[in-house]
Design a protein around this ligand. Structure first.
Ligand code: PEP
Length: 251
């Protein structure tokens, strides 16, 4: 079935305001014939609003890299879904491996954030993925099943129309070690089967599942050719307009 294809760039904690605006201008200037592909950028939170203003009415959507699940309150340092919406963001990255493994974000927090996003009309891009040790011990599928099931607890089939999953093996993020297209496709197929068991074939077939982990212009073609890979979430290679455009425009 034809699923929407999404090419997303996670800028992590890089770029001054000027650099962020220059990068998005470069992306906008280079996007030409991308058909039905969706492009999303995740700038650092302080630049979400100016980047959204530049992207309004263009083919590029904006997301935030993280948010809290409460609407407002005494939560120093956090950003609420209301603020994310107000800053013009369509998407939120939830459960990125750096959130899980550097900041100790749990499956429960991921679930609360996904629910808060959906309640507020923000589309969660939920990241899942195994550690190297988990893969080597043969536990990849158990980890993926647990992360997917916990993240989606309480999410309705209707809400699933606004959910994106990103498979990001932790051993491939920022390491230069990309998963082979076959390894990634196998994991995507497994995730889709988990979603099918939860919601049925219609929802599972329609769910965009992105691959993330050391995607570069020179390895995108093999990943893009795979049936179950509906786009990519790119870190390092999204920090330069030229390399991100080479990924977005893959044949
Ligand atoms: C990411 O930040 O989600 C990511 C996949 O990073 P990189 O492309 O640099 O591995």
């Amino acid at each position: 079935m034809a699923r929407c294809e999404i090419f997303a760039g996670n800028w992590k904690m890089y770029k001054t305001r000027q650099e962020a605006l220059d990068l998005v201008r470069g992306i906008l200037a280079g996007i030409s014939d991308i058909g039905g592909r969706e492009v999303v950028v995740f700038p650092p939170s302080p630049w979400a609003l100016p980047v959204s203003e530049l992207c309004r009415g263009t083919k590029v959507s904006v997301g935030i890299q993280n948010m809290y699940f409460e609407q407002e309150g005494a939560f120093t340092g956090e950003v609420s879904p209301l603020m994310v919406k107000d800053a013009g963001c369509r998407y939120v990255l939830i459960g990125h491996s750096e959130r899980r493994h550097v900041f100790g974000e749990t499956d429960e927090a991921v679930n609360k954030k996904a629910a808060a996003a959906l309640k507020n009309g923000i589309e969660p891009m939920i990241c899942v993925g195994e550690l190297l040790d988990e893969r080597e011990k043969g536990n990849t599928n158990d980890v993926l099943k647990r992360q997917v099931e916990k993240a989606l607890a309480g999410v309705t089939a209707e809400q699933m129309k606004k959910v994106v999953v990103a498979y990001e093996p932790v051993w491939a993020i920022g390491t230069g070690k990309v998963a082979t297209p076959e390894t990634a496709d196998e994991a995507h197929d497994f995730i889709r089967r988990v979603v099918k068991d939860l919601y049925g074939a219609g929802t599972a077939d329609a769910l965009p599942i992105l691959y993330g982990g050391s995607v570069k212009p020179d390895n995108i073609a093999g990943l893009h050719a795979k049936e179950n890979i509906d786009g990519v979430l790119v870190g390092g290679a999204s920090l330069k307009a030229e390399s991100f455009l080479n990924i977005i425009c893959v044949k």
